[in-house]
Design a protein around this ligand. Structure first.
Ligand SMILES: CC(C)(COP(=O)(O)OP(=O)(O)OC[C@H]1O[C@@H](n2cnc3c(N)ncnc32)[C@H](O)[C@@H]1OP(=O)(O)O)[C@@H](O)C(=O)NCCC(=O)NCCS
Length: 153
């Protein structure tokens, strides 16, 4: 089951992120629970969690970049639940939220340390763009930016 993330989910959301097996050079590994809480509670930002029973096993965040674009970040599922469609459902939850809030596209950045995830997003209809990712980490190598147009209701 997928549901909107609550502030009480922050510790579990953070734990899923840290269990994801991301490259330690990525800024992902240095996100603190405090930063996560601030990001999830920023204006027009939020996230979703995937549950297996009561347990949080997946997470994703979003935040706006101007009125037309919703950026997706912090997508992860626990290694032991991968391949069950939860990653895809978390992406789709963000896409639906973009649609519900009248945005035209979902944009995301893939770290140079994580390029093997590109086929996952391409399978979901994301294409590379030359557009910049507004929240790129200044100390990290430039990410690959992907975008998907959202059909308006
Ligand atoms: C990327 C991630 C969230 C996918 O989660 P998941 O729960 O396995 O996703 P799904 O089960 O919905 O997979 C959907 C499809 O994508 C495929 N897929 C998943 N990860 C893939 C990858 N790294 N490369 C290629 N295909 C992938 C699955 O095989 C599945 O295809 P199928 O339906 O044809 O079998 C998960 O691998 C993860 O947490 N990775 C580490 C964190 C990360 O890289 N996050 C992205 C940051 S940009």
């Amino acid at each position: 089951m997928i549901r909107p993330a609550r502030l009480t989910d922050v510790p579990a959301f953070h734990e899923v992120m840290m269990a994801a097996g991301m490259d330690p050079r990525s800024s992902w590994s240095r996100v603190t629970p405090q930063e996560l809480e601030a990001a999830l509670s920023a204006p027009q930002a939020g996230g979703f969690v995937a549950l297996d029973g009561d347990r949080v096993v997946g997470c994703v965040g979003y935040r706006p970049d101007g009125p037309q674009t919703l950026t997706l970040n912090r997508l992860a599922t626990r290694p032991e639940v991968r391949g069950r469609g939860l990653g895809m459902q978390l992406v789709q939850a963000v896409e639906r939220h973009a649609q519900d809030t009248g945005r035209q596209r979902v944009l995301l950045a893939v770290s140079q340390f994580n390029l093997n995830v590109l086929p996952f997003y391409e399978q979901l209809g994301y294409v590379r763009t030359a557009d910049l990712y507004a929240y790129a980490h200044p100390a990290s190598p430039p990410p690959v930016v992907l975008v998907k147009d959202i059909e308006q209701l």
